[in-house]
Ligand binder design. Structure first.
Ligand SMILES: [Zn+2]
Length: 381
């Protein structure tokens, strides 16, 4: 959606606790939330929260009615602000903009009709435990809370797609990074990519914020009921192992990124092709710790990743992947300090039938093999 390129022209920064409009005010502007949350409190409906990606205030603008409620910034917010004229021009130039506004408005009207029919207040945010001030309001027998992260520098680079959790039926936002916002600046020998700005790996795994079901984005929507049944008890065990409450509604800091990988492990435990995916999750955990400069934690996750790359190598017909996995096993051995094992596995990589059909990998194997050879002679290992 082109909406995210509009910050220069329509951007508006709003500090926490400031009031955007009050009930009875003339309605000239409507808003799209980029960062932070805005609470809209209507006397009849009660409060609802507009979160990153949401539109609010548009109904009064287009129906030329005064404001029905009060909008207050719950965080320091970055918004896009439009009036009727700019919105119409924008809709002509960018039909997807009009579609977003129409869809968001329709959701709200639907909720209002629902309320009128059932006599209940609208459910508000769809995530059950999403409160305006969750940390202060909730009793905390389950330990400290991590997140929610409602503000990130790279908010402009993100888009979200509503997902329905196949386990608990909660609708939540699956966030992804826009492909044209990914700026690769370098790559380590174990394929850890470095980016300026957001790292797409941080959002590789989707997590249901309500039940914490997690998997790589591609696998999440394809989950079958027998898989969910198998995952559930393991997910409970993972929650017991770390009783902190991780709030996954919005963006992620590195603690939430790390947790997203841990929560996806049960889904790939013991399934066909699961060893490779599991290795990838542990490998990404190591990258998080490398980013944070925690060398010991990084080595711990690399050792787990290495274990599962070897499982993938030995238990499946590796085919073309054989060279890659043997290379990764050797490379991780090197990073853990097991140089003799590294030499052996680089040798295994070179013995794979299609070694010479992958010239880039072949060169990497040869370069690192000789480095590992030198290190194995001089180290005390
Ligand atoms: Zn769920």
């Amino acid at each position: 959606m082109k909406l995210f390129g509009l910050r220069e022209e329509f951007g508006k920064t709003v500090p926490k606790d400031s009031v955007l409009y009050s009930a009875g005010d003339a309605a000239d502007m409507f808003y799209v939330v980029m960062r932070g949350r805005v609470v809209i409190d209507r006397p009849v409906w009660g409060p609802s929260t507009a979160a990153p990606g949401d539109v609010f205030g548009e109904i009064e603008v287009f129906s030329a009615k005064p404001r029905t409620g009060t909008a207050t910034a719950a965080d320091d917010c970055q918004l896009l602000a439009f009036n009727k004229d700019t919105a119409i021009k924008l809709a002509e130039a960018t039909p997807s903009f009009a579609l977003v506004v129409i869809r968001k408005s329709s959701e709200r009207v639907y909720t209002a009709e629902d309320m009128a029919t059932t006599g209940t207040k609208p459910s508000g945010p769809k995530v059950k435990f999403d409160r305006t001030k969750p940390a202060a309001a909730a009793a905390e027998p389950e330990g400290p809370q991590v997140g929610p992260v409602t503000t990130v520098e790279y908010a402009n680079s993100m888009f979200k797609k509503d997902q329905k959790c196949p386990n608990c039926r909660t609708t939540f936002a699956g966030w992804s990074v826009r492909s044209n916002a990914i700026n690769l600046t370098g790559r380590d020998d174990d394929f850890m990519n470095h980016y300026s700005g957001v790292d797409p790996n941080w959002y590789a795994v989707w997590v249901c914020p309500s039940c914490n079901l997690a998997a790589y984005a591609d696998d999440f929507s394809k989950m079958q009921s027998f898989q969910i049944a198998r995952v559930k008890p393991k997910l409970e065990a993972a929650k017991k192992a770390d009783p902190r409450r991780f709030m996954f509604q919005y963006y992620r800091d590195l603690d939430l990124v790390l947790r997203s990988y841990q929560l996806a492990l049960p889904f790939y435990d013991g399934v066909r092709g699961g060893a490779e995916k599991t290795a990838g999750l542990y490998h990404r955990m190591a990258w998080v710790e490398r980013t944070r400069g925690n060398a010991e934690e990084e080595k711990g996750w690399l050792a787990k990743a290495r274990e599962f790359y070897e499982k993938a190598f030995t238990t499946s017909d590796a085919g073309k992947q054989g060279v890659l996995w043997a290379y990764l096993i050797a490379e991780l051995d090197m990073r853990i300090g097991k140089y003799k094992d590294a030499v052996k596995w680089f040798g295994t990589a070179a013995q794979q039938p299609d070694f010479k059909e992958q010239p880039l990998l072949e060169k990497m194997v040869r370069d690192r093999w000789s480095e590992a050879g030198d290190l194995s002679k001089t180290s005390a290992e």
